[in-house]
Design a protein around this ligand. Structure first.
Ligand SMILES: [Mg+2]
Length: 297
């Protein structure tokens, strides 16, 4: 189980770093992606995931004000944050409360981008044995930056996928997610996964998406996990779809890493992952701490 906690967080960081150099490329442009190009630098996805994990560890559970402060403390603009999240972080820095800040962007509609789902894996680990609480905590952790219900729902589905993968559920995962999801757009796409397992890339992109909206990327990551039976092929495939490659790669890596465990992640990818301040050694420590707290050993 400890190896699966590590797998989820390192898998997420590796998928992010692998996808980062081709972010925004079209499917055809990354179609020849050899799966060995890794600069090793992670982006906003992993930086924010680190903040989620730090806060859960320090507060022994969800604390919105603390998690928001972690996001601010860890923030490096060069890790390529999206404009919506940047705007919310500036409001938080100016003293607006974490309950309020995310409601003020996009003319008050809030963001449904995948920025909440991309960082949510630690919530999936921490609340893995209580799906009701997990769903609620994923919503709250999302709200710090993403107040639109479709942004929150995407994060809850992602957290639930990580929890189910961690517990070894594969065949049962889709029906469990369909039963749980309140939003039709997600339910429809989840129901498409099984009949798309042999589809070509263009069809997958048209049916499930590869964009920055949560409903254009979360189900695509779950699909990438399902399409193969090993970590490496799933993550390479996710990135080969183009579009928001770092985030889709990261989410696929989190689910696959939680399912297969740390040993399933190609060693050359882990070797290449950055290891300076809050690099891979620190991320492994976070995974171990989450595990230790969760299982009180
Ligand atoms: Mg990113």
């Amino acid at each position: 189980m400890n190896a699966k906690f590590r797998g989820a967080l390192i898998g997420s960081a590796v998928g992010d770093a692998l996808g980062a150099p081709v972010e925004g490329c079209k499917e055809g442009e990354v179609g020849l992606f050899p799966g060995g190009i890794i600069e090793g630098r992670y982006t906003d996805d992993t930086e924010m995931m680190i903040g989620v994990a730090e806060s859960l560890i320090d507060k022994r559970g969800f604390d919105g004000a603390d998690m928001a402060s972690r996001f601010l403390r860890n923030y490096h603009a060069w890790r390529r944050y999206g404009p919506g999240t940047r705007a919310v972080l500036e409001l938080l820095r100016a003293g607006v409360s974490w309950e309020e800040a995310s409601k003020r962007i996009f003319d008050g509609a809030g963001s449904y981008g995948n920025g909440a789902a991309m960082r949510i894996a630690p919530i999936g680990l921490f609340y893995c044995d209580d799906i009701d609480t997990l769903w609620d905590m994923a919503y709250r952790a999302s709200h710090i930056t993403h107040s639109h219900v479709l942004g929150k729902e995407g994060a809850a589905i992602m957290a639930c996928s990580v929890a189910l993968a961690l517990r070894g559920y594969r065949e049962e995962m889709l029906s469990a997610l369909v039963a749980r999801t309140r939003e039709e757009i997600y339910r429809d796409k989840l129901r498409k996964i099984e009949r798309l397992l042999d589809a070509d890339r263009q069809t997958v992109i048209e049916e499930l998406g590869n964009g920055e909206a949560a409903f254009e990327s979360v189900i695509t990551a779950i699909y990438s996990f399902f399409r193969f039976h090993n970590f490496k092929d799933s993550v390479i495939y996710a990135i080969s779809l183009g579009g928001d490659t770092d985030t889709i790669g990261s989410m696929t890596g989190a689910i696959s890493g939680a399912y297969y465990g740390e040993e399933a992640i190609p060693q050359e990818w882990v070797n290449a992952l950055e290891d300076g301040d809050k690099g891979k050694t620190y991320i492994i420590w976070l995974a171990d701490e989450l595990y230790r707290i969760r299982f009180k050993c």
